[in-house]
Design a protein around this ligand. Structure first.
Ligand SMILES: [Zn+2]
Length: 257
């Protein structure tokens, strides 16, 4: 999300409570941490696989530095994207592994992006014994889901599940995700739920549309939305360690630094 859209984004914050913010552009990473601080949000620090080709000798040191910020709760999003292929595969793998090792070193969970990269993606996670992570914006099929659940990952469901053209299979698959492994997310400003009425201006997704996604997930599970909302919030707290007070989190990071 560009910083000039921030005001609009922040309007919604009060209604939603805590959120974990994920940014793509390299330049915005530190700003995200600082904004998180000012507005009581959380941020992640990472380089998206699209930008793997822009990584260099100082990238991991920079990320390690940003991750010291007490509002940074995960490394990522990092991973592999063999759908768009904006960066060559060897670059993507190299910087995915480097970030994954950083997460393990710092004891931070990983915010994982994988698109059309199964089973290579799961192989890498397995060989590095990654368990504390979320497969963000899961859109895959059953075998991919099983591989992630076997590794102990959390599964992030977005408005993709509201897409009648390409997300229908998720209505069924979401029932196979254990209650203590499910997370919900927007992927804003992308992936505006297609069945949202009225559609927002320029189809821009917002954190405010999260309840719409929760309702869809709850309907698919045949369970009350309120319950699903509480469980997924609890799961986010567990994975990202949001239960800790800021002071405790800060102490830990300082000790790690
Ligand atoms: Zn992603």
């Amino acid at each position: 999300m560009a910083l000039d859209n921030l005001r609009q984004f922040l309007k919604e914050i009060d209604r939603l409570g805590e959120l974990v913010r994920v940014t793509h552009p390299v330049r915005a990473r530190l700003e995200a941490a600082e904004i998180a601080d000012r507005f009581d949000l959380y941020a992640t620090a990472g380089v998206h696989p699209h930008h793997a080709r822009d990584c260099g000798p100082s990238t991991i040191a920079e990320l390690r530095d940003i991750a010291k910020h007490p509002r940074v709760v995960a490394i990522g999003e990092c991973g592999l994207d063999f759908n768009r292929n904006y960066s060559p595969h060897p670059d993507q793998e190299k910087w995915f592994v480097a970030q994954l090792e950083l997460g393990l070193e710092l004891g931070l969970p990983l915010f994982l992006h994988s698109r059309d990269a199964h089973p290579r993606f799961a192989e890498i996670l397995k060989s590095h014994r990654v368990t504390k992570a979320v497969a963000h914006c899961f859109t895959g099929e059953r075998d991919e889901l099983r591989a992630y659940l076997d590794l102990g990952l959390y599964i992030g469901i977005t408005g993709w599940i509201c897409d009648e053209r390409r997300g229908r299979h998720l209505l069924e698959l979401v029932r196979e995700i254990p209650r203590d492994r499910l997370l919900v997310e927007t992927d804003a400003p992308y992936l505006t739920p297609r069945d949202l009425r009225p559609q927002p201006k320029a189809r821009r997704n917002e954190p405010a549309f999260l309840p719409h996604i929760v309702n869809t997930v709850a309907r698919a599970l045949g369970r009350p939305a309120e319950e699903v909302a509480q469980e997924t919030t609890r799961n986010a707290h567990t994975l990202f360690g949001l239960r800790e007070s800021r002071a405790t989190a800060h102490e830990k990071r300082t000790a790690r630094a």
